[in-house]
Design a protein around this ligand. Structure first.
Ligand SMILES: C=CC1=C(C)c2cc3[nH]c(cc4nc(cc5[nH]c(cc1n2)c(C)c5CCC(=O)O)C(CCC(=O)O)=C4C)c(C)c3C=C
Ligand SMILES: [Fe+2]
Length: 424
């Protein structure tokens, strides 16, 4: 095995064992696929290449660093070159290798290292890096075709409408590009975004970003359901990677759905949803359960015993009133209330300190993948939003938002956006 094929951790072992003489100039060289057929292996790597991008149905890792970028270059060639460089760097980082030829400490002493170094010695930690293109990459605010790709903008990538109750901060919304980095180690996720931002310098700037912890969803039946910051199990009735039929119906863009370059891709809706933690913490248990429509302890639907017992929205109590309240979150978000619409939720909790008035700035960074946001997120959020909608609205506030078209997976030797830019 050549040094270029070594992961950060095995290389550190070699160096520590007095093997520094192997030289590290080749670290971060050609990609080595170390994945099994499941896309996941016991060395902590998730396959970078594949039909779909990793980080969508991949069992949700523990940590998130999400960033939205504004593209500052007006040169299509520079943008394409950056996307190629991003792809090579991401491929290396997801395999647990340093970015670039010299990596952390193997390059010339006179130049900045090609990798920032804080993940040197750490395993890949199941890192996945998922990229998306925002509506504003295709056309600017005046409708101008920025990079000759306006005709390739999918109809499904229509700007999200304003929903009643939205309090969106423009500085936490939008973006020409997004990168979702997920890993089981926060330092690995942060390292990924930092190195991509570094590569982007002069071509794109981070517009806004969000750190997340404690995944608030399961995307596989192999995972147990976590709890969100309201203390409720979150992700029980989520789509799961084991249900290929449901993914084909509701997550993956099919050929013929829109422009060819999006086939096999998915649309991502990101919403920063602040929880009004202090009022919530003063709310009686029965009221909290009425608001969500599930019991807090087991996560079972109200009136049932176990978490995965079916949610029966017709069931009534002894007094004839519905067991699951008319305004309960799970009723209004349920497919039967929304023409069958479903989402693959993949969100994370966040806490960003306090707001200056002693209140926690904490909540749910909601991430959801879908085949068509117009028929899915917009449909469901229309049911939930506003004073007359979801009972949960008294305790939450949406203050950031983004919509991105995530292209299909990258083939070996390919790059993010190849289908979009190479065909136009
Ligand atoms: C527009 C989509 C959704 C937003 C926004 C949203 C915000 C949000 N949700 C919770 C907590 C829970 N959500 C649960 C279920 C659930 N939520 C959505 C959609 C949105 N949630 C769906 C489609 C579902 C599934 C409904 C069903 O089919 O039963 C649950 C119950 C457990 C579960 O099934 O996951 C909880 C708890 C919060 C706190 C929140 C905003 C901060
Ligand atoms: Fe929800």
């Amino acid at each position: 095995m050549t040094p270029g094929h070594l992961s950060r951790r095995s290389l550190l072992g070699l160096l520590g064992g007095g093997a520094a003489a192997v030289g590290v100039g080749g670290v971060g060289g050609a990609a080595v696929a170390r994945a099994t057929e499941t896309g996941d292996d016991d060395s902590g790597t998730v396959a970078f290449h594949g039909e779909h991008q990793a980080g969508i149905t991949t069992p949700a890792q523990d940590r998130l660093h999400f960033a939205a970028f504004d593209v500052t270059t007006t040169s299509r060639d520079e943008l394409v070159a950056m996307l190629k460089e991003w792809t090579a760097a991401a491929e290396a980082m997801c395999a647990g290798r340093d970015v670039g030829e010299g990596g952390t400490a193997g390059g010339p002493a006179q130049a900045p290292p090609s990798d920032t170094g804080e993940a040197f010695g750490l395993p890949a930690a199941k890192l996945t890096i998922t990229v998306g293109f925002g509506p504003s990459l295709f056309t600017d605010a005046h409708g101008k075709d920025r990079f000759g790709i306006a005709a390739q903008r999918p109809a499904a990538l229509a700007d999200l409408p304003a929903f009643p109750g939205d309090a969106l901060d423009p500085e936490r919304s939008g973006g020409d590009l997004c990168v979702q980095a997920c890993a089981d180690d926060p330092q690995v996720a942060v390292h990924a975004i930092r190195n991509l931002a570094r590569i982007a310098r002069g071509k794109a700037n981070v517009r806004w970003s969000q750190l997340g912890f404690g995944r608030t969803s399961t995307t596989s039946t192999s995972q147990s359901t976590p709890r969100n910051l309201m203390g409720f199990k979150d992700g029980t009735n989520n789509l799961k990677l084991e249900d290929a039929g449901a993914l084909a119906k509701s997550v993956w863009v099919a050929p013929g759905d829109g422009p060819d370059w999006m086939a096999g891709g998915s649309y991502l809706v990101a919403r920063r949803i602040r929880m009004l933690i202090e009022p919530w913490d003063s709310t009686p248990l029965a009221e909290q359960e009425r608001v969500i429509g599930r019991t807090k302890g087991t996560g079972a639907p109200i009136g049932r015993e176990k978490e995965f017992d079916a949610l029966d929205l017709e069931a009534t109590g002894p007094d004839g009133s519905p067991l699951v309240d008319e305004k309960a979150h799970v009723r209004l978000a349920h497919p039967s209330t929304n023409g069958g619409a479903e989402l693959l939720r993949r969100g994370y909790s966040f806490t960003d300190g306090t707001d200056g008035l002693g209140r926690l700035d904490a909540g749910l960074f909601f991430l959801a993948y879908q085949r068509d946001p117009r028929a899915q997120f917009v449909r469901i959020q229309t049911s939930l939003a506003g004073r007359h909608g979801d009972a949960l609205n008294e305790y939450i506030q949406h203050n950031g938002s983004g919509l991105f078209a995530c292209p299909p997976g990258v083939r070996p030797g390919g790059w993010w956006g190849e289908g979009l830019f190479a065909t136009t």
